[in-house]
Design a protein around this ligand. Structure first.
Ligand SMILES: Nc1nc2c(ncn2[C@@H]2O[C@H](COP(=O)(O)OP(=O)(O)OP(=O)(O)O)[C@@H](O)[C@H]2O)c(=O)[nH]1
Ligand SMILES: [Mg+2]
Ligand SMILES: [Zn+2]
Length: 292
């Protein structure tokens, strides 16, 4: 029989056949030899145990559309990177890190700006503008009140979307809103710090509408950069695209070089200057990583 791995806990994989059956499976040793680790989202062929039809083992991993490292899932069409206006506070550099990971993994992105009920319309506008100018679709909403959700639902329907974002931004709350049967645990934030409490512990796939999947994932609190060469960082910024070939030097790193078209464009606010400044910081970080 065939199915999809909807979650993996402690060496067991839970395989759903798309109808009603959920089978607890172990993976066969051969995957380990091939260094292929089954991932949540994998489509697999399984064999049921004779004595117990509720358990079985994975015989074959079917070909993947893609494989993500952060978060570790397979077969997604896009990522909804969630941030919140407040609690936790919005940090552009952190969102930029998520965007770099997704660009590096070649996964299309929708930015979900949550907790619209808590923040000001002015902040919402500034953030939206900053990222729309970079070419990213932005949906603002409140998973709690339902405000703004129709536009988001349009983007999610008919896709397999992985939810990503730091702890506490409301990933599981959104999932429950779209699919109450999920009954995902959500938690109050640490009152003093306004930080998330790492409520979701495992990634899990939910089918919330026909052919529409959401993958809830645990939020991380910090994020390193993808394993990049310095020369490749600029390629992950969609808004640099039109300027990249106009720099005076071919090997321009777009920092302090003379005749750098990207820096000039940032100074003229052709796109968000803050995104460019974070780019410069990330370049420093990549240089530092190389030394040690
Ligand atoms: N005011 C407000 N609170 C929200 C909204 N969405 C989520 N919350 C609250 O934010 C807190 C964290 O929500 P979760 O859904 O658990 O966050 P998460 O992103 O799944 O967090 P992890 O599982 O730890 O990664 C909960 O107390 C939610 O009730 C919203 O739109 N408005
Ligand atoms: Mg959660
Ligand atoms: Zn340049």
């Amino acid at each position: 029989m065939q199915g999809k791995i909807i979650k993996g806990i402690g060496g067991f994989y839970y395989v759903h056949d798309g109808d009603r059956t959920l089978v607890e499976c172990r993976a066969r040793g051969t995957f380990r030899l091939q260094e292929l680790k089954p991932l949540v989202g994998d489509n697999v062929r399984i064999r049921l145990t004779l004595e117990d039809p509720g358990s079985g083992y994975i015989e074959e991993l079917l070909p993947r559309k893609n494989t993500l490292i952060r978060p570790a899932v397979a077969n997604v069409d896009q990522a909804l990177i969630m941030v919140s206006l407040q609690r936790p506070a919005f940090h552009p550099a952190l969102l930029d890190r998520f965007l770099l990971w997704m660009a590096w993994q070649q996964v299309p992105v929708v930015i979900g700006l949550n907790k619209l009920d808590m923040g000001s319309a002015r902040d919402e506008g500034l953030i939206r503008d900053m990222y729309e100018r970079a070419g990213y679709p932005v949906c603002s909403f409140s998973a709690k009140t339902g405000m703004g959700l129709p536009a988001l639902i349009e983007r999610l329907a008919g896709t397999s979307t992985v939810l990503a974002g730091v702890s506490g931004v409301g990933k599981s709350t959104l999932l429950n809103r779209l699919h109450p049967e999920a009954g995902a645990e959500t938690d109050g934030l640490s009152r003093k710090l306004g930080r998330g409490r790492h409520t979701t512990r495992h990634s899990e796939v939910f089918c919330w509408e026909k052919n529409s999947f959401l993958i809830d994932t645990p939020g991380f609190s910090s994020l390193d950069l993808p394993p990049l060469e310095e020369a490749d960082l600029a390629d992950l910024y969609p808004e640099f695209e039109t300027y990249r070939d106009r720099c005076r030097f071919r090997d321009c790193r777009h920092l302090k070089e003379k005749g750098c078209a990207i820096r000039e464009a940032a100074e003229q606010e052709a796109f968000s200057r803050q995104r460019y400044e974070n780019y410069c910081r990330f370049m420093e970080e990549l240089k530092g990583l190389k030394k040690y």
